[in-house]
Write a protein that binds this ligand. Structure first.
Ligand code: TYD
Ligand code: MG
Length: 405
């Protein structure tokens, strides 16, 4: 073996890591431009979330722009893939399909087809002949991935490996592969909602804070370029229990509606039912409302949700969630042009959150003209009137949510 030598970093040639756009706007946004030749991307997600749909669309876009794709689909039969590809407009002479097999047979096919994109669906179903264990076992999955990674580097071949992830993330596969691959993305969403979020968990070629947003439609995943508009589309302004939050998904500002419904409890143990929200934060906020604002929720059920299958588990969601509850209790609505954001402390005091400027810019873009924010928030001139509040009680009072004493 040649001796290893130290050298100045400036003398190290940088390999070509230019990303090739996928043709799917939101995938490119999440990936920081596209897929890098020679890089291996692991696409994880729960069964049924849309991984096979996404890779078929990626393949279709690639062949449409003159590329060649080898799709190894061990999860589904060739006929099933053909059927779905037909629906997605992905049937093309340069899209090659192998249904199943071993890693060795995949390598043979690479020699024959010479694709510039390889997709394996899923990495849990290809087996490695000289490795013990059943297909899908940790040893098998790791060995398969290692072989495919080596091949991707040697051939400068962009590769996407699909990996199933169960709810508890315990299945052999994605977790053990994270350090083997260059990029890890996860497709998430609520099964009964159309929204899908593509999140980058690890990225050797770009930032990890970007997300891609899609809507699952009859003809596959559609990029959602303006999610705030989508989330607020069906909002009925002027209804009690509804507050708009400019949230952040990675770097991306996103307006979502937080709703609370408060009703008389039917059991001695009142229900606290959060959806898309942090249940512990909800419990904490109800305690703060009791002690610091004087709103007793002890005999009331509280249902709280983020509309449209979105999630808002960050601290900035405290204020809108608490205000939605107050509004739900008193039956007094906020006006439709106001947003709220801020973390609530145990003393009922308001605390600053990150990214206020980006959030307010997005709110202004969508026509909101007032924002309830923690005292001390700088006025950055977004054309939004800032209502600065030091406490949760002050916020509720300034919005006219509390019954006049
Ligand atoms: P799929 O890509 O098979 O999920 P995964 O590979 O992650 O297990 O997609 C599953 C769901 O997506 C399926 O229940 C049907 C739905 N779907 C659509 O709504 N529209 C479409 O165009 C396609 C292809 C699938
Ligand atoms: Mg699948």
């Amino acid at each position: 073996m040649a001796p290893v030598e130290a050298r100045p970093l400036s003398e190290v040639g940088s390999t070509d890591s230019a990303a090739v756009p996928t043709g799917l706007a939101e995938a490119d946004r999440a990936l920081g431009g596209g897929l890098v030749p020679g890089s291996v991307t692991l696409l994880g997600g729960e069964p049924g979330i849309g991984k096979s749909t996404l890779i078929l669309q990626l393949a279709a876009e690639r062949v449409r722009s003159g590329g060649r794709v080898l799709l190894v689909s061990a999860e589904e039969s060739a006929a099933q893939v053909r059927l779905r590809a037909g629906r997605l407009g992905a049937v093309h002479d340069d899209l090659w399909l192998v249904d199943g097999g071993s890693v060795d047979s995949v390598l043979d096919w690479l020699d024959d087809v010479r694709p510039d994109l390889l997709v394996v669906d899923s990495v849990q179903t290809v087996h490695v002949a000289d490795e013990g264990g059943a297909p899908g076992s940790i040893g098998q999955v790791r060995a398969a991935a290692q072989r495919l990674v080596a091949e991707a580097k040697a051939r400068s071949l962009a590769t996407v490996l699909v990996g199933h992830l169960t709810k508890d993330g315990s299945l052999a596969g994605p977790k053990v592969l994270e350090h083997v691959v260059d990029t890890v993305v996860e497709l998430t969403g609520e099964r009964h909602h159309a929204l899908r979020v593509l999140r980058v968990a690890k990225h050797r070629f770009g930032p990890t804070d970007e997300i891609g947003l899609f809507e699952m439609a009859a003809d596959g995943l559609r990029s959602v370029g303006d999610p705030s508009r989508l989330f607020l589309a069906d909002r009925a302004a002027g209804v009690a229990g509804s507050v708009v939050l400019p949230t952040l998904e990675g770097h991306r500002p996103l307006l979502v509606e937080v709703q609370a419904l408060v009703v008389k409890a039917t059991t001695p143990h009142p229900r606290r039912s959060p959806q898309g929200l942090d249940g512990r934060r909800l419990a904490l906020l109800l305690a703060v409302l009791d002690r610091r604002v004087g709103i007793d929720l002890g005999a009331l059920d509280v249902y709280a949700t983020v509309v449209g299958g979105a999630a808002a588990t960050e601290p900035a969601a405290d204020l809108p969630l608490a205000l939605a509850v107050v509004s739900g209790v008193t039956g007094r609505p906020l006006d439709g042009a106001t947003v709220a954001l801020g973390e609530v402390g145990l003393g009922g005091e308001m605390r600053q959150v990150v990214g206020t400027e980006r959030r307010l810019r997005e709110a202004a873009r969508l026509g909101f003209c007032r924002a309830v924010v923690p005292a001390g928030t700088d006025d950055l001139g977004h054309g939004i009137e800032l209502v600065r509040v030091a406490t949760l009680a002050e916020a509720a009072a300034s919005l006219g949510l509390l019954p006049s004493a």
